[in-house]
Design a protein around this ligand. Structure first.
Ligand SMILES: Nc1nc2c(ncn2[C@@H]2O[C@H](COP(=O)(O)OP(=O)(O)O)[C@@H](O)[C@H]2O)c(=O)[nH]1
Ligand SMILES: [Mg+2]
Length: 326
């Protein structure tokens, strides 16, 4: 063992030995190489690390090719699929544990999430699918994360209040930009010329650790999207966070009612904003469209039981009653 190895190097080496997958191993090998003291006594070790890096890179190319030929994206379920992303240690796994009851592995050292962890999180009468991801960092993030971002409905970015928010945010968005993923201020997800544009919100986590909120306030003022400061570990602000998730998902809830009965306020149909009366009929049952006669609605700007046209768009929280031809 050559002398003069620094604590930094030894920590990187330890993480390398603990690493669970190849992406993570590669990351730590590169960290080892950059922290190893460069002198004669370590030349042999430097060579060994370099060799491991190039071997690992080669074997990973094979894996990428093999894997991309099969579907390796997580299927959507619930009202929307939400990817939870951000730098290491910001609180992504904590978010998943607190919001879905899933015991996503929570570790005190960086770079521990090697697989996706997912869970369903309920809010009022809706259920969302949340996915925890490995840290977003150049040279570290597995390609699976970018694949998944292409199909996700929206993104929650979790940053830590312990360091400058603008810097964290810029690093993240710049790196995503290189992968043709853009985070949108708000509005609908869309794809354009190979670029996927995703609505997002920001959670500034760990505010329990700071006393000076100036940087946070400045950051919030400079952003045109929702920035929520919170302490995830304390479980505060759940309602505000879920309300924003719902708003960003651009879904609406429509409740149905049978003639002469009370509306069913338990299981709404969760559909896209802009869904019309006839779209909803088709969504509920294919035979409904042919049998459709007219519909009445309660709520919103309508008077109770108002007859509504087939192609009128529905709005959040309406109750609808369908009248069918025999
Ligand atoms: N003080 C404090 N610590 C937190 C908070 N949220 C998470 N942590 C801790 O920060 C560390 C990293 O959290 P984790 O969820 O694993 O981060 P991840 O790498 O983004 O998944 C863990 O030790 C958590 O217990 C918070 O609101 N306040
Ligand atoms: Mg994690």
């Amino acid at each position: 063992m050559p002398a003069n190895l620094t604590p930094d190097y030894l920590r990187n080496e330890k993480n390398y030995k603990l690493a669970a997958d190849q992406d993570e191993k590669l990351y730590w090998l590169e960290q080892m190489y950059s922290t190893i003291p460069k002198h004669k006594g370590t030349e042999k070790l430097q060579g060994e690390i370099k060799k491991k890096i190039s071997q690992l890179k080669k074997s990973m190319e094979g894996v990428v090719k093999k894997k991309s030929s099969v579907s390796n994206k997580i299927e959507k379920s619930g009202a929307a699929q939400i990817l939870v992303i951000g730098p290491a240690n910001a609180g992504k796994s904590t978010f998943l544990t607190m919001y879905t009851g899933h015991s996503s592995q929570v570790e005190r050292y960086a770079y521990t999430t090697t697989d996706f962890v997912l869970g369903m999180g309920d809010w009022e009468d809706i259920s969302f699918q949340f996915i925890d991801t490995p840290a977003i960092k150049e040279g570290f993030t597995p390609f699976l994360v970018f694949n998944q971002l292409r199909i996700a409905d929206l993104v929650i970015v979790i940053l830590t209040s312990e360091s400058d928010p603008s810097t964290q945010y810029e690093e993240l968005t710049q790196f995503l930009g290189k992968k043709n993923i853009r985070l949108l201020a708000s509005g609908e997800k869309y794809e354009k010329e190979g670029t996927v544009n995703l609505p997002h919100m920001i959670i500034m986590n760990k505010i329990d650790l700071i006393d000076d909120y100036t940087a946070l306030d400045d950051f919030r003022d400079s952003m045109d999207i929702k920035v929520i400061s919170t302490s995830l570990i304390l479980g505060d602000d759940r309602n505000e966070i879920m309300e924003e998730v719902f708003a960003l998902s651009r879904k609406i809830r429509i409740y149905t009612k049978e003639q002469g009965e009370k509306p069913n306020m338990k299981d709404p149909f969760v559909v896209d904003e802009g869904t019309t009366v006839i779209d909803l009929a088709a969504h509920i049952h294919k035979d409904f469209v042919a049998q459709f006669n007219y519909a009445r609605v309660w709520g919103g700007e309508f008077y109770d039981g108002q007859r509504i046209g087939k192609i009128e768009p529905l709005s959040e929280g309406l109750v609808i009653e369908f009248y069918l031809h025999d």
